[in-house]
Design a protein around this ligand. Structure first.
Ligand code: AQP
Length: 333
């Protein structure tokens, strides 16, 4: 049977990239009957400077966004990563398995630490090992993520394989498979087609938040950067046109189709025609999600109840896996 683990950072509002790159696939997996664990990764969130007073609310907000996007807390476990201590305990063991050389090849660390290594937290460096623990502590078989997480997933597989070799326990972990699927695995900024859409972009016009109202969504689509040419007649014609390619990709992902189908419909038309169609589709798909998010956020006590129930289920599944791992490395007791 399939067991799924994924998470998002409670750092600012979720955006269209998180939704199309990950959340849409989370819901698909849930609906095909997989056992799903979806957490708000607050332990990852503290690797960067943050406001402690805002973190619990951000966890609730992420949980509400999951549910608004279609995750059903009756069928999937929704919880805060920090509420399941097994993640941190296993992460320590795995830090002693991962090799420094592997970690130094992680590109996200290079991006996020910037040029100022002296001041970057050690947590930013070991972040991918904690992510490996998030996955392995549930013996997850599949991990639905956006394209940017591919390298971290490969590391998680390498760590699992190395652990099983070092401790002679072949088969203890299934090697987790990434699920990077659909037209939305890499949504780019609306202001720069070469930059990933991201929570931390200083310009709010660069992204569509899952909290934006219909007018804001439509306005951001209309203000999105484009080039002066009409849309090409073939998908190959999008090459070298990052902004056009991104908008076509967003349309395809929202429509649940692909770029070929979008080009078949809009090829040869200018952005004056395409943008209003995209705005209309984005509003039609996202406005109900935003409404549901707002409704859920009106009852924080109910969200806390769901988070507690989810954490309890997660702790039950994680406990025996952690206990086995501790025994294998030879811990006392
Ligand atoms: N632009 C994107 N396109 C497709 N998928 C994306 N994801 C993130 N950005 C895009 C996917 O969303 C999930 C949750 O991401 P996260 O919050 O854990 O991490 P992140 O990559 O740090 O998100 P941001 O928005 O990019 O935050 P900052 O600005 O802090 O770097 C993951 O599955 C991710 O692949």
């Amino acid at each position: 049977p399939e067991r799924i683990l994924s998470g998002m950072q409670p750092t600012g509002n979720l955006h269209l990239g998180n939704y199309l790159g990950a959340l849409v696939n989370w819901v698909k997996l849930q609906d095909r009957g997989a056992e799903c664990f979806y957490c708000a990764v607050d332990m990852h969130a503290i690797t960067m400077p943050h406001d402690p007073a805002e973190l619990p609310g951000a966890v609730r907000s992420v949980a509400a966004a999951y549910m608004a996007g279609g995750v059903d807390p009756e069928r999937s476990s929704i919880f805060a990563q920090s509420a399941v201590p097994a993640h941190a305990e296993l992460a320590w063991i795995l830090q002693c398995v991962a090799r420094l050389g592997w970690m130094e090849r992680m590109t996200q660390f290079k991006d996020k630490s910037g040029s100022d290594r002296e001041r970057a937290s050690v947590g930013i460096f070991t972040y991918p090992v904690l992510m490996a623990a998030d996955i392995l502590v549930y013996k997850a078989t599949h991990v639905p993520v956006g394209q940017d997480q591919k390298q971290h997933l490969e590391l998680a597989r390498d760590i699992a394989a190395r652990f099983m070799r070092d401790y002679d326990c072949e088969g203890f972990w299934p090697l987790p498979e990434p699920i990077i699927e659909g037209a939305g695995t890499r949504i780019m900024s609306l202001k720069d087609g070469n930059k990933k859409m991201s929570k931390s972009d200083p310009s709010d016009l660069a992204r569509i938040n899952l909290t934006d109202d219909a007018d804001t969504i439509a306005r951001k689509v209309k203000k999105a950067k484009t080039d002066p040419e009409p849309l090409p007649e073939t998908v190959e014609g999008l090459e070298g046109r990052p902004e056009a390619g991104n908008l076509v990709g967003i349309y395809a992902a929202l429509a649940g189709s692909n770029k070929e189908a979008v080009i078949a419909e809009f090829g040869g038309q200018g952005f004056g025609a395409f943008k209003p169609a995209l705005a209309e589709l984005a509003v039609a798909k996202l406005a109900p999600v935003v409404d549901e998010y707002n409704r859920l956020m009106g009852d924080p006590a109910e969200i806390d109840r769901i988070l507690e129930a989810g954490a309890e289920r997660a702790r039950e599944v994680a406990a025996p896996v952690l206990a086995d791992a501790k025994r294998m490395v030879g811990f006392w007791g």
